[in-house]
Design a binder for this molecule. Structure first.
Ligand code: TXA
Ligand code: MG
Length: 313
């Protein structure tokens, strides 16, 4: 949904209730966390998540962090393990994000994880974020609430200066106390530091008894390496006008094909369908031909992903 006016909501009971209702409607609400302001969307709603990328003007689909109210909520989405439990017990709620394998029944939009089999999940400590997560009663996908390439926002005014008119609301509860994004750890197979952030490594080391290792350069979990993270098993051929014998065709617009990103040529709908459709066509085991997608708006990120899928490997 394209917004024209951005409401500023106070972090009182009516403001929180309005923010939760907007999220349920699939609209975007920026909210404070102790690290930075996040740009929140219902993580189960692919169209809402597509709106996050559109509002930020992101040229690629980086996976997003899913925010939940508590450890039990986190466990309903991911395969839990002992190290995760130790870290969560010590540092949640707080500026720590854990990257863990998705459960089969996770129910999250595939656009949240950009098709990865893992998800980044965290329990923020900020009272307004907690109140919102309780009122919403579901998972909230949220990158930092700034346009792509700009500095992360630590005040509602920063959010408005970048995203005013592009999101439904910002929940204003003053400046963020940490001011640095969360530290990201993958607990298994061995504790790995994916991003340094608001929780000091030394504190994590004390709890684990070992220092988290830096990501392996070929580790698909490393944010820097996410470029090559999802490639279908079969070959991918771009800008195809029709399927050659043996191929399946991923369409866009009014074409006859096996699956269509958006028959109506809607880039937002196409973004929401992208990873599901790629996974489904990949399961046929046949090479995938992809119809041309216009290089504008969300089409830039869609084409970025398709080019990576088609790159020689
Ligand atoms: O403090 C924070 O973490 C803030 C607040 C709003 O919670 N959020 C934030 O989100 O910094 P974002 O989207 O700006 O950064 C998310 C980071 C990216 O570096 C992304 O690559 C990484 O998390 N990430 C997300 N899912 C991942 C996954 N499955 N595996 C590896 N890295 C992942
Ligand atoms: Mg960011």
């Amino acid at each position: 949904m394209t917004e024209t006016q951005t409401q500023t909501l106070r972090a009182d009971a009516p403001g929180i209730a309005t923010a939760a209702r907007l999220l349920h409607e699939g609209r975007l609400v920026a909210f404070p966390t102790e690290t930075v302001y996040g740009l929140g969307a219902d993580a189960r709603n692919a169209s809402a998540v597509a709106s996050v990328y559109a509002a930020k003007g992101r040229p690629s689909f980086n996976p997003l962090i899913v925010h939940v109210a508590d450890k039990d909520a986190a466990r309903s989405f991911v395969e839990w393990n002992e190290t995760a439990d130790l870290l969560a017990t010590h540092f949640w709620a707080g500026p720590l994000t854990l990257v863990l394998p998705l459960r089969a029944d996770h129910g999250l939009a595939t656009l949240v994880t950009a098709g990865l089999p893992t998800v980044a999940i965290r329990v923020p400590a900020h009272p307004a974020a907690r109140a919102l997560l309780h009122a919403f009663d579901g998972p909230v996908a949220a990158p930092s609430a700034n346009p792509s390439g700009r500095i992360s926002p630590t005040r509602a005014a920063h959010v408005l200066s970048g995203l005013e008119g592009r999101i439904a609301a910002v929940l204003d509860d003053g400046p963020c106390s940490v001011g640095l994004e969360s530290t990201i750890i993958a607990p298994a197979p061995e504790p790995t530091l994916l991003r340094a952030g608001g929780l000091a490594l030394g504190d994590i080391e004390k709890v684990l008894g070992t220092r988290p290792v830096p990501p392996q350069t070929d580790d698909i979990q490393s944010p820097g390496q996410l470029l090559s993270h999802y490639a279908p098993g079969a070959s991918v051929r771009l800008k195809a006008t029709d399927a050659k014998p043996g191929e399946v065709l991923l369409g866009f617009g009014p074409v006859s094909c096996d699956l269509n990103l958006s028959a109506g040529g809607d880039l937002h709908e196409a973004a929401a369908n992208l990873f599901d459709h790629l996974h489904r066509l990949d399961q046929t085991g046949k090479p995938i031909a992809v119809a041309p997608v216009p290089e504008k708006g969300l089409g830039v990120a869609i084409n970025d992903r398709l080019r990576r899928a088609a790159a020689p490997r």
